[in-house]
Design a protein around this ligand. Sequence first.
Ligand code: ZN
Length: 320
Amino acid sequence: MGALTVGVDLGGTKIQAAAVRSRKIAGTFRVPTPQTGAADVAAAIVEAATRAVAAAGGSSADVKAVGIGSPGTIDTANGTVSSSPNLPGFEGTEDVPLGAMVSEGLRGAPVRLDNDVRVAILGEWKRGAGRGYRNLLGVWVGTGVGGGLILGGKLFEGQGAAGEIGHTIVHPGGRVCSDGRLGHLEAYAGRGQMEVEARRLVNKGRKTSLFKIMERKGRTRLSSGVWAEALESNDKMARRLIDDAAWALAVAIASVQNLLSLEAIIVGGGLGDRLGAPFVRRIEEQIHPLLFVPDQPPKMLTTEHGDLSGAVGGAVLAGG
Ligand SMILES: [Zn+2]
């Protein structure tokens, strides 16, 4: 009994669970995220966890602990989530006791919760691309740009919000960020703000295949897959906006590097994983001329676990 630890990555569209035994992924399962409220989300997490455990050849009696990475404001001590705009049932400022709800569905197994990006970076640091490094930065490029900073072998939290590289300034007075401030990295490299810019250019009469690809794929937003396909078909606007994103990431990462002299940078997240090594190489080429100590560049890494990084991190968070 108690041989499995379960990690869960709770996203706005999907819930990914992984059952881990002896530090290795033994089973995984994914379900769509219910758009019908917190109770249904908790039930879906329990289902994904139970199916991942079954895929690992276990039963719920084998679950030692569960770790969940969730978007929004997390109270790690109480296992609650609030203010998560993309999760129906969690958007308000009222705390949802997600940890307790999931624990109840899994025979009282202890449940730990933390911020989704930090949990994914924890997974890559302890069990993935970042193994063995003591000083590193994870940059998660998705709808927004999240980050997590490991310093001296510990997650550095500052007053609580350290590592938010997405809101460092790459162009004072520049594009509007999702938080309304000007010139932040996320305004150039977050998928949400890249889409805002693409729509603005289309309204000015510029041509692109981005929105045609989006419609053909049955999407309502420019997903990572849409961007990747537009790049493959040499769409000029997509190329320019992705180049802007790579440039902005290079500026922000070079500034962090000049301040902290890190060993490695991991680039992950939905868009980061989808564009992969060529995108990371492009960022890397543009970082080098900006480095104060060019002969000590950070190792630029892609993730090892891809979209399982968050679930692996959840298992690490739970002690597995
Ligand atoms: Zn911002």
